[in-house]
Ligand binder design. Structure first.
Ligand code: TNX
Length: 539
């Protein structure tokens, strides 16, 4: 009897001690401002937001945990930890629950058997003690991580003391994208951009939940991807660019590096080999390809439409087979972009014959062909995708044929159009595109008769005739590409220029921290510091 009661007391004491120890360790939020999750500056705007006006405290005692501890989810959690460190200097452990100092948890949870069939869907539940990020796939969790990042206050070492925590507004978010395909394109042919430049662009696209990067790898002025069976493509075709600069190219290892880097951020790389026009650099390397009957010279100007492959030679298709095979082997994504634009010196019948043969080659290597909207006149499979850029009739024909369309309207989505008459870089054949014009349009209503079900998604191409380095690239792409990210993800009801304008102005601290030289459009009130909720704690 005595022993039992002694044991009981010991047990109770131990429990009390444990609780007290815990209480002592756990910081209490004693005073936090009323927050409003719905007013945070998230881009793209999430589908549903329910604010609960309290907050989750982020500090060194927060741990990140995944359930299950799978490789994919762990990688997403580690990415989150790395990014929290980048944003805040806090070094949070992943999947180490035994860590004695874990006060609050960010749980990344994979849901099974949910009805939600969208791979990119996620939910966030933010309360005082925990952040629960749930998704059916690691990809969905990754998109949710971007939302969380956008809610994290910026902290620098000297401003975070032991008695302070930084608050993430509480509430629930349920989100998924409006379009499956949300991308941008980089023209690395007119001017070459190196692997590091492309990686930086990928990081920025991922932050705004884009999921594809189309690389325009070849054009009249340069060939930028190593093809082992045709080495002169890069030896000769790679060494020129607009303006006579040195050019450059990606080895297959470089390209694989880009693909793998993008894949970690759930971004698919789409390689484009533009043909039968825009092929001067290829024909310079291998003159038998040329079909315009003229002597080939290096092209460093920006005129288009003068080059063509010889569409009636079997050797040309043997060459294309090698090119498509080698690139497809190192491209895990489902698409191969075969160009097809502005083939002004290729006879119509030859052009259509060419596109239909190329479509078969692309299919042979298990890819789906994408082509600029001119391809729709050819006899091609309906699994091919038309990328609308200028001709609405072509887009309509695509839809009538049962093909899907990617919208990249020159007048709205072209990142290489000047903002206005005083823009330093850019062209203006499709008009001037200020930041509001780029944002204010509805993809589902842009072309009469082309509805949501016909549209795979949207893309914002950045042609590089007038830009030679990252700073100039960023000037044209930012902030407009951020608006295109929202157009691809958010529903029409959730998009509003006045509201977006404020949110984009609040991207400045992030863009500055990323060292992005965005165009400081006067239409936007750029905020120099991020609004944060900060609280003082007591033990
Ligand atoms: C049209 S868009 C082109 C490109 C140019 C661009 C410049 C398209 C399919 N072709 O060759 O670089 O305009 O804005």
């Amino acid at each position: 009897m005595k022993i039992t009661s002694l044991l009981k007391s010991i047990l109770i004491l131990t429990a009390v001690l444990a609780i007290t120890a815990c209480e002592q360790k756990k910081k209490k939020i004693i005073d936090f401002p009323k927050t409003d999750l719905a007013k945070e500056n998230m881009i793209p705007k999430p589908l549903k937001i329910n604010a609960t006006n309290s907050a989750f405290g982020l500090d060194q005692n927060t741990v990140i945990h995944t359930s299950p501890d799978s490789e994919d989810l762990h990688a997403v959690a580690q990415y989150l930890s790395d990014k929290i460190k980048w944003h805040t200097q806090l070094d949070l452990v992943v999947n180490n629950m035994s860590s004695s100092s874990s006060d609050r948890v960010i749980l990344i949870k994979q849901l099974e058997g949910s009805d939600n069939t969208n791979n990119e869907a996620y939910e966030l539940t933010i309360s005082q003690d925990s952040v629960i990020l749930s998704a059916t796939t690691a990809e969905g969790a990754f998109r949710g991580v971007q939302t969380l990042r956008q809610l994290i206050p910026e902290i620098s070492n000297d401003t975070l003391s032991d008695t302070e925590m930084w608050l993430i507004p509480s509430g629930e978010i349920a989100d998924h994208p409006n379009f499956e395909y949300r991308g941008s394109m980089l023209d690395v042919a007119r001017h070459f951009f190196n692997v590091e430049d492309v990686k930086k662009y990928i990081d920025l696209l991922a932050y705004y939940k884009m999921n594809t990067l189309h690389l325009h790898l070849t054009d009249d002025q340069g060939w930028r991807i190593e093809i082992k069976s045709w080495p002169k493509l890069t030896e000769i075709g790679g060494s020129s660019e607009v303006g006579g600069g040195p050019g450059g190219f990606y080895t297959q290892e470089d390209y694989k590096d880009i693909v793998a880097y993008a894949a970690k951020q759930y971004i698919t790389i789409i390689p484009e080999v533009d043909m039968p026009g825009h092929t001067n650099a290829a024909s310079l390397a291998y003159p038998f390809l040329n079909g315009n009957g003229k002597k080939i010279e290096p092209h460093t100007g920006i005129e288009v439409g003068f080059s063509t492959f010889d569409t009636r030679k079997d050797t040309v298709y043997a060459f294309i087979d090698d090119v498509v095979r080698e690139i497809s082997e190192i491209t895990p994504g489902p698409y191969f972009h075969a160009g097809g634009d502005e083939s002004l010196v290729t006879k119509k019948a030859d052009f259509n014959y060419f596109i239909s043969r190329v479509d078969k080659i692309v299919k042979k290597y298990n890819k789906r062909m994408i082509g600029w909207d001119e391809i729709v006149h050819a006899d091609i499979d309906t699994t091919a995708i038309a990328q609308f850029w200028s001709n609405e009739e072509n887009a309509k024909i695509a839809v009538e044929k049962g093909m899907k369309v990617i919208l990249a309207p020159g007048k709205k989505a072209y990142l290489d159009m000047k903002y206005d008459t005083v823009s330093q870089y850019g062209l203006h054949w499709a008009g001037y595109i200020p930041v509001d014009t780029a944002y204010i349009w509805t993809p589902e209503k842009y072309i009469k008769g082309i509805n949501k079900e016909h549209i795979l998604g949207i893309e914002a191409p950045l042609w590089s005739e007038t830009i030679t380095n990252m700073e100039e690239l960023e000037y044209l792409a930012f902030p407009r590409v951020i608006g295109h990210a929202e157009l691809g993800w958010s529903t029409e009801e959730n998009r509003n220029w006045e509201d977006y304008k404020v949110r984009v102005g609040n991207q400045a601290p992030y863009l500055d921290k990323m060292n992005v030289k965005y165009y400081p459009s006067k239409l936007i009130d750029w905020k120099k510091s991020k609004h944060t909720y900060k609280t003082i704690l007591k033990d």
